[in-house]
Design a protein around this ligand. Structure first.
Ligand code: SF4
Length: 153
C-alpha cells in the first residue's frame, strides 16, 4: 500500500482551494493501491489557507525544534504541521504503507525541494515536515515529479 498526497488525486485541499490532479496517481487510489492524505488538513488547518513556508531550515529541523513553519502573515503554524505529520504516520502504520508519493515543493509534502522561507518563490533542497517524518520511520518517499512510470504498472 502507498500513501499519496490528496491534492494529487484531485481533492481540492491545497492552500488555494485547488487540486494538483495527476491522473496516474488518482488511478492508484481508484484501484485500491493508495490512500490519499493531506497533512495540513489533518493537522487542523482550514482550506483555503494562507501559504506557509519553513523558516530557518527543513522539515527535519522542524521536527527537531530547530525551525518553524510560518504563514505569510507571520502566524506560527508549526504545531499544526507537526500534528498533521504525526497523524499521517499513524495512517501509514495502520494501512501498512511502505511508500508515499507526495507533492513536491510543499512545506508538508515536498521530498526533494521546498521553498526557502522568504515567500519569494526561492527553492532549496530539503524535505517538508511530513516527508521528513515518514522517511525517519522507514517509509520510502517519492515526489510525483521524480516518480518513474513503473510505479503505475
Ligand atoms: S499538504 Fe500535501 S496533500 Fe495537502 S494540499 Fe499540501 S501538498 Fe497537497
Amino acid at each position: 500500500m502507498k500513501l499519496v498526497s490528496a491534492c494529487l488525486m484531485g481533492i481540492h485541499c491545497r492552500f488555494d482551494g485547488k487540486s494538483s490532479l495527476d491522473t496516474d496517481i488518482q488511478q492508484l487510489v481508484i484501484e485500491g493501491k493508495a490512500v490519499p492524505i493531506c497533512p495540513e488538513q489533518i493537522g487542523g488547518l482550514s482550506t483555503p489557507r494562507l501559504p506557509a513556508e519553513i523558516i530557518g531550515g527543513t522539515g527535519e529541523d522542524v521536527l527537531d525544534g530547530k525551525a518553524k513553519v510560518m504563514n505569510m502573515e507571520g502566524e506560527d503554524v508549526t504545531e499544526a504541521f507537526i500534528r498533521g505529520a504525526e497523524e499521517v504516520l499513524r495512517i501509514a502504520k495502520t494501512v501498512g504503507a511502505t511508500e508515499a508519493i507526495l507533492k513536491e515543493r510543499s512545506p508538508s509534502c515536498g521530498s526533494n525541494v521546498i521553498y526557502n522561507g522568504t515567500f519569494q518563490g526561492i527553492k532549496q533542497a530539503g524535505n517538508g515536515v511530513t516527508a521528513a517524518l515518514l522517511k525517519r520511520n522507514g517509509i520510502q518517499v517519492k515526489s510525483e515529479e521524480t516518480e518513474n512510470e513503473t510505479t503505475f504498472k
